[in-house]
Design a protein around this ligand. Sequence first.
Ligand SMILES: NC(=O)c1ccc[n+]([C@@H]2O[C@H](COP(=O)([O-])OP(=O)(O)OC[C@H]3O[C@@H](n4cnc5c(N)ncnc54)[C@H](OP(=O)(O)O)[C@@H]3O)[C@@H](O)[C@H]2O)c1
Length: 256
Amino acid sequence: MLTIDLSGSVALVTGGSRGIGAGIVEAFARAGATVVLTHTGNPRYADRLGAMLGELRDKGCHVEAAVADACSPDAADRLVRQIVDSHGRLDVMVANVGQNLARPAEETTAESWRHFIDVNLSSAFHAVRAALPAMLGAGRGRILFIGSSVVFDGGGGAIDYAAAKAGMVGMMRYLTRNYARRGINSNVIHPAVIETDLLDERYGNPQDKQKLVDRVPVGRLGQPADIGNLAAYLASSHGDFICGQEILVDGGRTFY
Ligand SMILES: NC(=O)c1ccc[n+]([C@@H]2O[C@H](COP(=O)([O-])OP(=O)(O)OC[C@H]3O[C@@H](n4cnc5c(N)ncnc54)[C@H](OP(=O)(O)O)[C@@H]3O)[C@@H](O)[C@H]2O)c1
């Protein structure tokens, strides 16, 4: 039987309280990793997060949640320091936080551009910069960026979101060129049409959702576990030879 074993590993998943991030947290935790997730502390989602943590802990998983604004470099540094102090290592970092607001480019103010570049791109940089020293010290690390199919098809409905996700690919290539020889594998997973709050905000009503399903060759929307399971595979020893890649997880929608 082929298994994904992350026991002994410590992983940080930014924005792991809901949606795709939660799918990644769950897959990592079930594979045996100690997982630290971040979130904004929004009380609206507190019950859902509490239930997820409770369920995972009941299964014997090691999961911790920390409020940390992904746009704050200091918060990223503090968090990684705490992780290394408590657990002695950081093996995997997933830069998952993202926000999108569809609107025309000509109506996008400089201020809102800065906000969405900050949340979708600078957040990933802060997490990478904070995580690198521990990974370099250990001579091994895994960095996963959660991008978007927008990088291929210009979808998503917002110029800043498109630019930020393309920027993540640049970061991943830079890291591969400069850090893969030092034991750090970086890859990008590009999701599309994964059923989360972010998708529901844009395609809330059932007719719009059905139209979306009709455009997916495999005939369904994706689930957070579709991303989580791949992330766990890449984070495990199965992913040792996979580096510098962009992987679309979209049910075939983007190209077909
Ligand atoms: N869903 C899709 O079909 C799809 C498609 C392409 C790409 N993606 C990408 O996948 C990633 C996850 O998307 P999703 O659909 O799972 O989104 P989601 O359901 O809206 O969840 C977003 C997560 O990010 C956290 N977050 C947002 N802003 C934050 C901040 N400033 N600091 C810390 N945490 C923050 C949220 O925490 P709180 O719970 O505290 O709010 C939540 O855990 C994003 O990068 C998104 O661009 C998604």
